[in-house]
Design a protein around this ligand. Structure first.
Ligand code: NFS
Ligand code: SF4
Length: 672
């Protein structure tokens, strides 16, 4: 194994410590493989087509900047004549389709569970948030009262849920019309989508049509292809993902502020350590319940452990953290490292972002990899215990018992890094409304007011993955710190939110990193400058929050008017591309880091970076340097402030604050 330069691979001291252990023990990780295998230079630009067996066809970029002859252009075609534009747009479209499919298949499972819960056919689940059930039901035209006029009474929750469930599930197979939540968007946004013919009809149909149109010899006009990519991505953000968030909140509880801890230091040497990893919170909800049962704890004690430490990883972690305060063991690049601690008794996985190398790493330690979803099996996993909603609690108990049984099998030296940070999470759009809303002039009023007066310069969504091609967490941290230093409040989800947590940015004390305006808000309201809004499906919460800002007034009439921007500085998954596309076409300037998958076609990339803005008011951008990325986002925020005519207010308020500070300093000086 080649030597690794740990500091360059990750800024996380816990990860560095465990990578050293892995090297000493001869255990290979993604970091070793990334060093040994460089990405394909043509594939990285999206310019390789392998959708038929005449290829793969590679379309390299033009050799000359200008004056390319027809003959030269022809050489840059696939065998069938597909141009760089078509090939790149098709590859991009397929990423959108896969990302949308992932979020939506998750959502479908949630909707099916919801129906079972409504009918009382499950074990362990219930309708926890009746208030949210009633709000969501109204959005689906499901009655929440019975009787007329003065006799009207509240309708029982189970009755509402029984009618709501099938209505929501039907949206996946809906063939015509419009997805329901389009009406949640600002009016102007709805008009833009209708004008361009991109309002999704249903969830599944948009994925299927997009896959058809990217088949060999179908849609060969990049603009027409991106149009369907947009319709598909909007079905992700405004339907699939939004449905997951809503129904999960109803069943498991809408998040409210709660304390937690994050990083590998949450594992405990003398406890049975169980990490839940993946994306769907259905089974983890029951694992949480089972892990607290006295019989289960007794069972662990009988095997010589002090208790059971349940922790999360990736988006599953976000789900159980923000609802129950279950600690987080880490983000995406921590999954192999958790095993390398030698203290992980079971790694329980479901779907998405689960590396196949886990089985290999686990061979060197005692960790049992337990797969739990029939859609996601893994060769070499220790066992498969399938989730079953009718006996979910029993399944959870079975999983925990398997983990406990494995506790006495620990062998290699155990190393649990001491690193862990406290966090405050649970900022659903409802929580933000409660904390930064106003009772008189409508929701989100206080937030808007502070954006208008300039204490808050703007709002940034910083989301997405880790990517082993760039130092773990570094870009997230540089970007977020620069934003909050400039009074930009950050909304975060996914592995990015976990990165923020690891370095202390999810606590109100992080106000010390903020500019004076944002610091004042954080101190007055008692919130962190980075609001953890959940898993990646919960990016839908950011759409709702943005819409609420528009509706509260004073910041324009559409999402694209807001002084806001989005970024995924360390993205890697197809889901991130689907998310990016629905943010852009919902009106948000969205920047990605690391690499950009369309640079193989200048024309197509130009469209994403410029032309698309004329149609949707949002656009893509690529920036590998997180400090420059922050500058670009702030410049965009400032241009939106100027367009709204609120650029001067900020100068005034900051001057006021500076004056107040000087007065305070002077007063303090006199006292001494
Ligand atoms: Ni989002 Fe969450 Fe993480 Fe990326 Fe994967 S866990 S769904 S895809 S890697 S942020
Ligand atoms: Fe080559 Fe065309 Fe087949 Fe793609 S579809 S692999 S460009 S021949």
């Amino acid at each position: 194994m080649a030597e690794l330069d740990f500091e360059k691979l990750t800024m996380d001291p816990a990860a560095q410590e465990l990578l050293k252990k892995a090297q000493a023990e001869g255990v290979e990780t993604i970091f070793d493989r990334a060093k040994a295998m460089k990405p394909c230079p043509i594939g990285i630009e999206g310019a390789c087509c392998r959708i038929c067996a005449q290829g793969p066809c590679r379309v390299p970029p033009p050799k000359k900047k200008e004056g390319e002859t027809g003959e030269e252009k022809k050489q840059r075609m696939g065998l069938c004549g597909a141009t760089a534009e078509t090939i790149v747009a098709r590859n991009f479209a397929r990423m959108v389709a896969a990302g949308t499919a992932s979020h939506s298949d998750h959502a479908r499972g949630v909707a099916k569970l919801f129906i079972e819960v409504a009918n009382g056919r499950t074990q362990g689940y219930q309708i926890k948030d009746v208030a949210k059930l009633r709000r969501v039901a109204q959005d689906w035209d499901v009655a929440i009262t019975v009787g007329e006029g003065d006799d009207a009474k509240s309708r029982p929750a189970a009755d509402i849920a029984k009618e709501l469930g099938p209505k929501v599930l039907a949206e996946f197979g809906q063939q015509e019309g419009e997805i329901n939540y389009v009406r949640r968007a600002p009016k102007k946004r709805q008009e833009i989508w209708r004008k361009h013919g991109v309002v999704p009809r249903g969830v599944d149909i948009e994925v299927v049509e997009l896959m058809h149109r990217t088949h060999m010899g179908v849609d060969q006009d990049y603009h027409n292809l991106i149009k369907q990519s947009t319709r598909c991505a909007l079905a992700d953000g405004w339907s699939g993902s939004m449905i997951s968030t809503d129904l999960q909140d109803i069943m498991f509880g809408c998040p409210v502020p709660i304390a937690g801890e994050i990083n590998l230091g949450v594992l405990k040497e003398d406890h049975v350590n169980v990490v839940v990893h993946g994306h769907e919170p259905l089974l983890p909800e029951m694992l949480f319940v089972a892990s607290q049962e006295p019989e289960m704890i007794q069972y662990a004690q009988n095997k010589g452990a002090k208790g059971i430490q349940l922790a999360g990883m990736c988006c599953t972690a976000n789900e159980v953290l923000m609802r129950h305060g279950v600690p987080v063991a880490g983000n995406y690049l921590h999954q192999e490292l958790a095993i390398i601690t030698g203290a992980l008794d079971a790694l329980v996985v479901d779907v998405q972002c689960v590396m196949q190398s886990l089985a290999n790493v686990a061979k060197c330690y005692h960790t049992k990899i337990i797969t739990t979803d029939d859609r996601a099996m893994m060769e070499g996993a220790a066992m498969h215990i399938p989730f079953d909603d009718h006996h979910a609690l029993d399944v959870a108990r079975q999983v925990l018992r398997a983990a406990i049984d494995n506790f006495p099998n620990r062998r290699s030296p155990v190393l649990i890094p001491s690193d862990k940070s406290p966090t405050v999470v649970g900022f659903s759009s409802e929580t933000i409304q409660y904390l930064l809303g106003g009772s008189i002039r409508g929701t989100y009023y206080t937030l808007n007011d502070n954006v208008i007066n300039g204490r808050i310069r703007g709002v940034a969504g910083v989301v997405g993955c880790n990517n082993c091609r760039t130092a773990q967490d570094t870009s997230h941290m540089v970007l977020i710190k620069e934003l909050i230093k400039n009074d930009v409040i950050v909304l975060s989800t996914g592995c990015s939110a976990m990165a923020a947590g690891k370095y202390g940015l999810l606590t109100p004390e992080a106000a010390k990193y903020c500019g004076p305006g944002l610091a004042e808000i954080c101190e007055t309201v008692g919130i962190p400058p980075v609001l953890h809004m959940g898993a990646c499906v919960d990016n839908s919460r950011i759409l709702i929050a943005a819409t609420a800002c528009v509706k509260a007034g004073g910041l324009g009439t559409d999402i694209s008017d807001l002084p806001a921007a989005g970024a995924a500085p360390e993205w890697m998954s197809e889901k991130a591309i689907a998310i990016g596309q629905y943010f852009v076409t919902s009106g948000v300037y969205t920047l990605f880091g690391v690499t950009f998958p369309t640079t193989g076609s200048e024309i197509f990339t130009d469209y994403l970076f410029k032309g698309i803005e004329e149609e949707y008011g949002g656009k893509w951008d690529f920036e590998a340097d997180p400090a420059v990325m922050a500058k670009k986002m702030i410049a965009h925020i400032d241009s939106k402030r100027k367009a709204l005519g609120i650029d001067k207010a900020r100068e005034r308020v900051l001057m006021d604050m500076e004056m107040r500070r000087q007065m305070a300093d002077a007063a303090a000086g006199e006292e001494h």
